[in-house]
Design a protein around this ligand. Sequence first.
Ligand SMILES: *Cc1c(COP(=O)(O)O)cnc(C)c1O
Length: 401
Amino acid sequence: MKRVPTDLAIFGGPEAFLHPLHVGRPTIGDRQRFLARLEWALNNNWLTNGGPLVREFEARVADLVGVRHCIATCNATVALELVLRAGDVTGEVIMPSMTFAATAHAASWLGLTPVFCDVDPATGLVDPDHVAALVTPQTGAIVGVHLWGRPAPVEALAKIAAEHQVKLFFDAAHALGCTTDGRPVGGFGDAEVFSFHATKAVTAFEGGAVVTDDGLLAERIRAMHNFGIGPDKVVTEIGTNGKMSECAAAMGLTSLDAFAETKEHNRVNHALYTSELRDVRGVTVHSLPPDDESNHQYVIILVDGTSTGIDRDRLQAILRAEKVVAQPYFSPACHQMPPYRTEPPLRLTRTEWLAERVLALPTGPSVSSEDIRRVCDVIRLATTSGPLINAEWDKRKRNGS
Ligand SMILES: *Cc1c(COP(=O)(O)O)cnc(C)c1O
């Protein structure tokens, strides 16, 4: 255990971990089952185009989240493009800036204009009052984001969307298996989008899905994700190639088999981080509503350096030296990224406040309680030795090391 600042790897002490500890290490589940499914697909000579594994994956996802329709896709970014396109969205799309770039890219890629709204700093979620204030005659849709697995204010957003007759979609990339007021994420708005990227709670290597209860929208998206080919095999409209392959579905099904275990492991990890860091000054673990179910896929801390001298960037660097690859999800926020920056700059004060402080810590089934205690020891040591660390840091910088 590290006791004094010079024990930290950043000052030449031994690294806390032999191998890098990552955020979002893939949860592949039972490798033999995956390989058996892959063998089966190869023997079946059906590799893509809505094969049996993709159909099974779609049915399982729809069932898990309690919606009528699921269209599996090659990734969530294309799934977002599909819902916007199939929803005939034009003009502006209101969305939080505190999200992954893909949410904004999907709209921009279609020639739509992302309009960034601010968030509630306590939850990181879209502020419905700000959304309402941003609605104009050009608004075509609102895209809510269930950030860090915490469902967005679905009722308030639904009310705004209905009032102004604009579409409402959710980027649910973080929120498979999460609920709000007892209702699972997946059934809100006109459609929701999941991601099964390698770093998500359920992975299909790359993958995504649109879920919706709207049969007409589902039919249109199913056609559009397969070159616009409708149920009667005729190209009925402009489509793209957004299909999921059988190989990806084999992985998705296997990862889904392990999802209950993944969730439980993540829940225990989240609770341990919360208790270990409870009394650590300048660090707050982002909590989740206790009555809702969550996948606890992200352990988010907010780092405030004013009282300790250790801000997010410094803590991230200290952890990185220990081979703890913590990630600033999401910093910079979208409106601070080069493609979305404006002159004069858009100011979203609460989003910017969060973006300066957020840090995601490693979790997932491959991260043990022992790992977490060790990560928290480093954080505790760093935050209680701010002045010493900063003095040493400056000294080394002056000496050019
Ligand atoms: C991962 C992620 C995406 C993109 O998902 P892909 O499947 O990689 O395209 C979109 N939005 C959010 C919030 C994400 O975290």
